[in-house]
Design a protein around this ligand. Structure first.
Ligand SMILES: [Zn+2]
Length: 293
């Protein structure tokens, strides 16, 4: 278990063991803090035939099926884009009968906020009158996109960001040698986002961004605003918010008006980039020009 969720996890298990766990749980919080890992671990415990306060036994038939990836009473509902009503109905139908393994049935929604309104309405009934031995675990990083009726029928857990020291320990232990507070801040203090970004090969990493910006500031001919804006346009929002952070940190350090106007320009760019259909490369070009000497 992720160290920062250990006590919550223990508390949820203990409530389950004393039959006091709510059947509808909602984990909300920032992207990249490990909500999904927590939900999976809890699901594993709920499915286990002989769970203890430590979690699942990993040995019973139920655990073995789950470890093999084909537990008949465990269902994950996700979709690339929106989670439609058909998919929800399909998931609910699977909860209708008795559990095939004779234990609990668990339905996990890793991105509950992607439900359409019709889908959410279809799920409501199950949240209100769940079938026996059923647990629904909803996860979201955009809780304001969930319908109030859904929220009111779940036991809500707002998961905070892990502390800087917990995050840095975690990253160092997982082989991220350059783990630092500023790297962590570049990814919204979400340690799993740092890990993912450094492992992913295609996505623009913070390190590449910093190198590009240093080259831009140094006047490198291969790192002109136009080139960088084209190269980074698919990650435009991320780049603009990194520019904002960079300008902010520089301003705090050096108190130069130049950094303040860069900071303000970055905030504007972040806002502009929220609109659909905007020319991202153009917006970035305008912003990066401000970072030229
Ligand atoms: Zn077990």
């Amino acid at each position: 278990m992720l160290p920062w969720f250990e006590s919550l996890y223990a508390q949820l298990i203990s409530r389950y063991l004393s039959k006091k766990l709510h059947h509808g749980l909602l984990f909300s919080g920032a992207k990249g803090i490990g909500k999904y890992s927590l939900a999976l671990a809890l699901s594993n415990t709920l499915l286990c035939k002989q769970p203890s306060s430590q979690g699942p036994c990993e040995q019973c038939q139920s655990c073995r099926l789950r470890l093999a990836g084909n537990h008949p009473d465990f269902h994950i509902l996700e979709s690339e884009k929106q989670l439609g009503v058909d998919k929800i109905r399909e998931g609910i139908a699977k909860l209708a009968g008795t559990a095939q393994m004779g234990g609990n049935k668990v339905l996990l929604l890793p991105q509950a906020d992607s439900m359409t309104e019709a889908a959410a309405n279809a799920l409501l009934k199950t949240l209100e009158e769940p079938t026996n031995n059923t647990f629904l675990i909803l996860i979201t990083d955009r809780i304001n996109k969930l319908m109030p009726t859904i929220l009111s029928r779940c036991e809500k857990h707002a998961l905070p960001l892990p502390s800087v020291s917990d995050s840095l320990n975690y990253l160092t232990r997982n082989g991220v040698e350059e783990a630092s507070e500023s790297l962590l801040a570049a990814y919204g203090h979400a340690p799993l986002r740092v890990e993912e970004a450094l492992r992913g090969e295609d996505e623009l990493t913070y390190r590449t961004f910093v190198e590009g910006m240093q080259a831009l500031l140094a006047g490198d001919v291969d790192s002109q605003p136009y080139t960088l804006a084209n190269k980074w346009q698919d990650n435009a929002s991320q780049v603009a918010s990194w520019c904002q952070k960079m300008a902010h940190d520089d301003y705090v350090k050096l108190q130069q008006p130049r950094d303040y106007s860069r900071y303000k320009a970055s905030i504007e760019a972040v806002k502009t980039l929220q609109h659909a259909g905007v020319n991202k490369s153009m917006v970035l070009f305008g912003l990066l020009k401000q970072f030229q000497h």
